[in-house]
Write a protein that binds this ligand. Sequence first.
Ligand code: ARG
Length: 493
Amino acid sequence: MAKHDPKEPPPPYYSVDVHTQPPLKSYEEVVYGVGPGLTPPNQPRYIPQYPPPVVVHQVTQPGISPSGKRKRCCESNAQCYGGSGGALLLLALLALAIWLGVRYGTRLATAAILYNEDNDDRTEEPLPSFDTCPNNTVQCDGIVECQLGSDESNCVRFGEGYSLQVRTSEDGRFLPVCYEGWDEKYAKQTCTQLGFSNSFVTKAVKSKGQSIGLTLTSRSSSLIQGAVNVSSSCPSRETVSLQCENCGQQQSTSRIIGGSIAETGQWPWQLSLHYRGSHVCGAVLISPDFAVSAAHCFPSKALASSTRFWKVYAGVVSQDNLPEPYLVKKIFLNENYDSRTNDQDVALLRLKSPVVINEKIQPVCLPTSGQQFLPGYTCWTTGFGTTEAGSGTASKDLMEVSVKLIDTQVCNSPPVYGGAVTNNMICAGDLDGGKDSCQGDSGGPLVCQGDNRWHLVGITSWGAGCGEKNKPGVYTKVSSVLPWIYSKMQKVK
Ligand code: ARG
């Protein structure tokens, strides 16, 4: 977290601040899965420097797992393929994969690398999980047909006022659920389906016009999309509002005037992610079992698959005073994360045991779909990152700083980031410099208040330097990656 008094001289310029500077020296490479039509699986990439972003492709032989960390671009790694032989083999494998995909109707839609305990063996390659679906699969009909359940994992979302919306199997539209027949049991079932442990509050909301909705038909399906039918309007024009978490409530609102050290309970969703005993990244609690962070916090297969070395600290405002940590069960990395551009820089952590919620520890609210926080809106970012750009040491205290949301067009203009900001990113900070997140804050929250609750609008991702003029912080836009987060939280199979 860099926070400078505007009257103070600007922070020293340093050239080594990278696009996604790895928090640890040993963070050298990224191994990720693929999305539809993207790069082949298990293709490591290097963390790019900013500017300009560079990608060094390293080709490894599929199936062979080099142990430990790899050196840069095959310098002396016998397991690396150099030259055209490797490229040809890769092409051949890619062609085979495409052919298999076409031939057997395999969907790549949920391709993800999922590191879990059982994978906690650094000699093993993390398993990319490509889903396989029969040819006539119907999405969102409540019947799991794909091997990993990808046909039923993207069927529920929350609209304005937490209105529950379910995707219809007929035309893929998200429609509100009618309140008639709705009860606590449905509420609990729907929240459990989404990966939350219970439901927090459910109520009826009056729908405006004669709007089309989904009526409840049966209790036999364990998935809400299998229990509804399209109807031209809801009885008594009431639809369901459902909140699965009591989220986004600050437990303490007093701030240290003029300072930037946060107080216990102020940002109760802030987590500190430790790797082998040191803070490397922030993370954000979204439910007792799940936290989100940045994908670039897990750049190496070796580091990411060793779940036992990762520890999550909750309710912490000082690194000098750490409670018992929570352990990590699984790390999901967004399969569309692009380490070259930093696009979709998001990871989801499933904890081994649920976090105990108290006045110091509370989940943040995920934004509802369509919820907008406009440029100029004042939000906050927090973290244990360095307070001096380039210093390399994390802050012992949790720091907070207010940042303004910046219009993407402005952020993409030539003097700022000249086109490097994708639609899945949101800039925040101060174009005059001084207020910013910094190295070690990655994976932490950018939160904005709306309807009296704090919503996770961004995940700290990258920036050029910290707190420099025209170089604001760039955050993963949570509304863009929301369907991905929900799909990974869901356990439909
Ligand atoms: N990539 C950094 C990290 O790993 C976060 C950088 C944020 N930079 C900024 N100027 N806001 O912690």
